[in-house]
Design a protein around this ligand. Structure first.
Ligand code: ATP
Ligand code: ATP
Ligand code: MG
Ligand code: MG
Length: 254
């Protein structure tokens, strides 16, 4: 077919490819979810339905994109880590990022009612996305550790804040003032002495966030075989234990 005289406009398109041999991390995060959570009456400080919905969407994304080795989520965000040697979309960053983001977002709407029942969505939510490349395993582990440390800081604060508001009747402003310049140990103490809450006994899904990995099954024929299943964990991923038990995540399996 003869080219049209308009075809030249294609040359204006640019195409960025992710550097070879680097971990590709795509993080999506809900846009304005502070408001979205309020409007849809999310339970404070943690709405388990919302977290479960986010994880359902993340599993759906991992089912579709088989080169994702591990995903980590908390609050309104999820990070997806593509294996270093993925060749998906020829490593074109915009293709990777937009496809992951839009599948996650449409899944969020598609599966909403499974988790929120008759609570109607008031408006269509959206997520932003970014893509970051990490050259070494240490960089990648530090990235994931950073996200998990973030959960810890936020959740300890939120648990204390909402205890003061919901159980002690403080206004948001008063609770904020009370927590200004407090250390983690102070918040632990407030929770324990005023609300009889031992923070370490709070559900792990709230304290540790959610990690999704592919399940590993042994096979006699091949050394190791990686099956379709996904495993959802709420454990520490900062220390070495998790990585020693899941060596296949950073390893060269295909
Ligand atoms: P931005 O568009 O910049 O991301 P945002 O309002 O989404 O703004 P975030 O820093 O992403 O801000 O914070 C997400 C907010 O969404 C949380 O602070 C909390 O208010 C709410 N939220 C998200 N998930 C939950 C949940 N499972 N339970 C309760 N609240 C939640
Ligand atoms: P890619 O993922 O690379 O975009 P694709 O299958 O979406 O692959 P496109 O070049 O985007 O390929 O083409 C979209 C195709 O979807 C069309 O070729 C056509 O077959 C189908 N399609 C889209 N919209 C319509 C429509 N309104 N009516 C009939 N067919 C449609
Ligand atoms: Mg957000
Ligand atoms: Mg967020």
């Amino acid at each position: 077919m003869a080219k049209s005289s308009f075809e030249y406009v294609r040359k204006f398109e640019t195409e960025e490819r992710c550097l070879p041999n680097t971990w590709i991390v795509i993080r999506i995060d809900g846009k304005g979810f502070h408001k979205f959570a309020d409007i849809h009456s999310y339970e404070k400080p943690n709405d388990k339905r919302a977290l479960d919905l986010m994880t359902k969407c993340a599993k759906f994304v991992m089912d579709e994109f088989r080169d994702i080795r591990i995903a980590y989520g908390q609050s309104d965000e999820y990070s997806f880590v593509f294996k270093k040697d993925t060749n998906l979309y020829n490593r074109r960053s915009v293709k990777l990022m937009t496809n992951v983001n839009s599948l996650f977002t449409s899944s969020f709407v598609y599966f909403w009612s499974e988790y929120f029942g008759n609570t109607k969505m008031s408006y269509p939510p959206s997520f932003d996305a970014r893509i970051v490349l990490y050259p070494t395993n240490k960089n990648l582990r530090d990235y994931l550790s950073w996200r998990q440390a973030d959960v810890h800081v936020n959740n300890l604060y939120n648990t204390t804040f909402w205890s003061l508001v919901l159980k002690k009747g403080l206004s948001n402003f008063e609770a904020e003032e009370r927590l200004q310049r407090t250390l983690a140990s102070d918040k632990n103490e407030i929770l324990f002495s005023e609300f009889n809450i031992n923070y370490n006994n709070e559900p792990e899904v709230f304290r540790k966030g959610t990690t999704i990995v592919r399940t590993k099954a042994s096979s006699q024929k091949t050394n190791e075989k990686f099956v379709q299943g996904l495993e959802v964990l709420h454990c520490d991923i900062i220390g070495d234990k998790f990585w020693n038990e899941h060596t296949h995540i950073l390893g060269p399996y295909s």
